[in-house]
Design a protein around this ligand. Structure first.
Ligand SMILES: NC(=O)c1ccc[n+]([C@@H]2O[C@H](COP(=O)([O-])OP(=O)(O)OC[C@H]3O[C@@H](n4cnc5c(N)ncnc54)[C@H](OP(=O)(O)O)[C@@H]3O)[C@@H](O)[C@H]2O)c1
Length: 282
């Protein structure tokens, strides 16, 4: 099983995304079932944010994880840029903890950069960590210049992860950011690893090269897309699924080893970047 290490914790390289979950009472039971199916199968990481459904995703996560030992789960939430100041961050975090019905987060991410000076945000994140309200902190939607700036800020190098958009058809970060993160031992949390799925217009799962590799591994195209994201060292993929059937099927990606021939086939359909591209963001 592929693993990733974040803040000295060894975790399965597949986590559970929760954007747009908790919004509809009609599918709530199935969403809870899906999260629990993932946890029962050994997944540990759950990714949520104060932004998702204005806190409804965090509330759904709280309900889903209630029967589980808190220590067995690696809980990530995120602070909005407008709340990432010394005045507001603590209040935001406390509200997230309340909605999540827990007294700590394993990882708190700065969701994306806003107007607050980076040094102020880092100072506040560090003091929340020192108090034990968060076990670690990281960033999201940071490009290489943001990471370099972060590394120059006092305590900036305590950042334990960067969460960015990354999938087979969105490979821009491979040009310089991913090598930088590898060199500086900063794991990547790959969001939208399925390009938000076919309902949101992704065609990767119908691509001939993906289907060819899937057939060879007797796998689904979704499993191949996730295995591709996770074949990079220290990359955690966090697909979202409101369906326990989909979620359990996605889990098999953890054990698919893509060969160099597979990678070449996929590379021909989706070439890696040969120049710096602007950071892709949802
Ligand atoms: N930090 C950030 O700024 C940021 C931005 C975006 C996302 N995220 C995080 O990353 C997570 C994942 O990204 P995402 O939600 O944007 O998109 P995604 O995980 O790339 O795609 C989700 C879509 O794929 C479908 N899907 C998943 N597994 C499937 C399967 N086996 N068969 C068929 N369909 C399948 C889902 O449908 P079903 O539900 O029907 O299975 C859903 O429509 C988010 O939930 C969130 O936690 C973070």
């Amino acid at each position: 099983m592929k693993k990733v290490t974040i803040n000295d914790q060894v975790l399965p390289a597949l986590g559970i995304g929760t954007w747009e979950m908790g919004d509809s009472p009609k599918v709530r039971e199935e969403e809870i079932k899906a999260i629990r199916a993932g946890l029962d199968a050994g997944l540990k990481v759950i990714d949520t944010a104060e932004m998702y459904g204005n806190g409804r995703s965090e509330e759904l996560v709280a309900e889903a994880i209630k029967p589980y030992q808190r220590a067995k789960i690696f809980l990530i939430s995120k602070v909005l840029p407008q709340n990432a100041s010394s005045h507001k961050m603590r209040q935001s975090l406390e509200a997230s903890l309340k909605r999540l019905q827990t007294d700590y987060l394993d990882l708190y991410l700065y969701h994306w950069r806003g107007m607050v000076p980076l040094a102020e945000t880092v100072l506040e994140l560090q003091s929340l960590q020192d108090e034990g309200l968060i076990r670690s902190w990281g960033v999201s939607n940071f490009d290489i210049d943001d990471m370099q700036e972060l590394w120059r800020v006092p305590n900036g190098q305590n950042c334990v992860a960067n969460e960015d958009l990354y999938n087979l058809e969105t490979r821009g970060i491979e040009y310089s950011l991913l090598p930088w993160q590898r060199e500086h031992h900063v794991p990547l949390i790959a969001y939208s690893p399925l390009g938000r799925g076919p309902k949101m217009g992704s065609t990767m799962m119908k691509n001939g090269a993906v289907l060819q590799v899937a057939e060879k591994h007797e796998a689904s195209p979704y499993q191949i897309l996730l295995a591709w994201v996770m074949q990079q060292p220290n990359v955690l993929a966090i697909p979202k699924s409101s369906s326990s059937k989909h979620l359990l099927s996605n889990l098999k990606a953890l054990d698919i080893e893509l060969t160099s021939e597979d990678l070449q086939i996929l590379e021909q359909a989706y070439p890696k970047p040969d120049h710096k591209e602007p950071l892709a963001i949802y």
